[in-house]
Design a binder for this molecule. Structure first.
Ligand code: 5GP
Length: 176
């Protein structure tokens, strides 16, 4: 199979610098507390892994997998839990770690689902944000980068299951 490399949009170095800043911000905000990181699979796995290493606090790690019906490069209407977290989240400082917030539907739905579980707090960390398509506004407490309305891949994000392994965020050009 041909090994194709998308064009670099956010370099490995820029990702690393920004993620260190986010880790420090979380560390400063939660001094003396424990945080529960909820990694939204699959796209956030790499961001989450690098971010955890920059958080100097007692940390619990959990995972959740969601699906939104439909396929292609535009997210569709309904969000469903495919695999839930293993912890109750009650009285915990939850930080949801997501790869990208586009329309905001996934994150607003997830936050609502979590609030019902009576955590101590719920914060959102997203590596990327596309403001141009945001129809469901949600507070992003920790943001990596605001980006243009482009379909990005790499650093955990996929297109048809591919490109997650890239160490940078890239763009697929027409014809790729
Ligand atoms: P939202 O619910 O905010 O519209 O969409 C969030 C989800 O859509 C992300 O978790 C991601 O799975 C997918 N998504 C949105 N934009 C992109 C993109 O540019 N690239 C990739 N690979 N996935 C995206």
């Amino acid at each position: 199979m041909e090994h194709f490399y998308p064009e670099v949009y956010i370099s490995e170095e820029d990702l690393s610098l920004r993620i260190a800043e986010i880790g420090k911000a979380i560390t400063d905000d939660f001094q003396g507390e424990e945080v529960t990181i909820v990694c939204v699979l699959k796209g956030a796995f790499m961001f989450c892994s690098d971010l955890l290493k920059k958080i100097d606090l007692p940390v619990k790690l959990d995972f959740i997998q969601l699906s939104s019906y439909g396929e292609g490069t535009v997210s569709s209407g309904n969000v469903k839990i495919e695999m839930d977290v293993s912890d109750s989240l009650k009285n915990q400082n939850v930080i949801i770690v997501e790869d990208i917030i586009d329309t905001g539907l996934t994150m607003t739905t997830l936050k609502e689902m979590f609030e019902v579980r009576k955590p101590k707090s719920v914060k959102v960390a997203s590596l990327l944000f596309k403001p141009s398509r945001n129809t469901h506004p949600v507070d992003i407490d920790y943001l990596g980068f605001e980006i243009e309305d482009k379909f990005v891949v790499g650093y955990g994000l996929d297109y048809a299951g591919r490109f997650r392994e890239l160490p940078y965020v890239g763009i697929l050009n027409a014809g790729n």
